[in-house]
Design a protein around this ligand. Structure first.
Ligand code: SAM
Length: 296
């Protein structure tokens, strides 16, 4: 079943609008601010403005949704370098979401050029101009990511923005994240709003190092990830994990979601992880929480 196009806009605390998904029983954005989240959790931590100075930026937007993350990235890039060429691939299951965002005028206060781009993507799933090549692959991201990978696309920035792990575990599994990481250029950054230990373990096991992005509104941080390297993208120095977060990775919460054939449903993936957690000798997460309760 998929949400139909009867989405009702909801206002978030920064004044921007989002939707609520009946299928996933969750809002598409944090109530602190849809627009704010797209800049502070995705566009800015992945440093797209720095990449823009080179003249070309390639972005993989996993879970395109209403299109906020794509729009924010384009704005940040072209503010830095208006001639920058941008290639974007968006992955989205439900074609009604981007359409509803346009039909409901969610981007009414954005510059006309971004509304036109989002409109083309929502209704035609493709757009080519002299400085933008964008396509939206409609379908289960577990399938479309394989198409992206086979095409050889290497992203300078990846936005990983599914619904939360308990609602949509299939897009946070070790196997899916590994496919996504294959599409990450060697010195590029991947950002997600999630700080779940299971997600962080999946990123680590895909060969990345991780950092903790600044909390935005909500009290929890996001995660930034990159292949191990020295220099300016040494994110363990720029975005260090706190001791609390490091210890969280030693608890049962850090047991990742698994989906060996990339086709299991939510219940199967959740149950598989629960069984693994029950059999685990790792510290129960409740003990960790109790230890840090006064601080987190
Ligand atoms: C949290 S929302 C993303 C919000 C979006 N990034 C934005 O800026 O508006 C998650 C999105 O993931 C999509 N989704 C859910 N399951 C999916 C799947 N298996 N493959 C691709 N997209 C999926 C939902 O339809 C929804 O649009």
């Amino acid at each position: 079943m998929l949400d139909t196009d009867n989405f009702t806009p909801q206002q978030t605390q920064d004044g921007s609008l989002t939707f609520f998904s009946q299928d996933f029983n969750q809002a598409f954005h944090s109530h602190y601010g849809a627009k704010q989240e797209s800049y502070l959790k995705f566009a800015l931590p992945t440093q797209v403005q720095t990449v823009a100075k080179k003249g070309i930026v390639r972005i993989l937007d996993v879970c395109y949704g209403l299109g906020y993350n794509t729009a924010a990235a384009l704005e940040v890039i072209w503010q830095e370098n208006s001639a920058c060429i941008v290639e974007i691939i968006g992955l989205e299951l439900n074609p009604e979401v981007p359409k509803a965002a346009i039909n409901q005028n969610i981007f009414h206060d954005w510059d006309d050029q971004y509304r036109k781009i989002l409109t083309e993507l929502a209704f035609k799933h493709y757009l080519q101009t002299n400085r933008l090549q964008a396509k939206l692959l409609i379908g289960d991201a577990r399938k479309s990511i394989q198409e992206v990978r086979k095409s050889g696309f290497q992203a300078d920035a990846i936005f990983l923005d599914p619904f939360s792990p308990p609602q949509c575990p299939q897009l946070w599994t070790m196997e899916f994240i590994r496919q996504v990481v294959f599409c990450l250029h060697q010195d590029a950054l991947l950002a997600t709003y999630s700080c779940a230990a299971a997600v962080r373990t999946a990123l680590l096991s895909a060969g990345l190092i991780i950092g903790s992005t600044t909390p935005v509104g909500r009290r929890t941080p996001g995660t930034i990830a990159v292949y191990p390297q020295d220099g300016e993208k040494n994110i363990t120095e720029i975005y260090p994990l706190s001791l609390t977060e490091t210890e969280h990775l030693q608890t049962r919460a850090a047991i990742p979601y698994r989906d060996p054939e990339l086709n299991d449903n939510t219940d199967v993936i959740i149950n598989r992880r629960q069984e693994e957690q029950q059999a685990s000798s790792l510290e129960p997460t409740s003990l960790w929480r109790k230890r840090w309760d006064s601080l987190i």
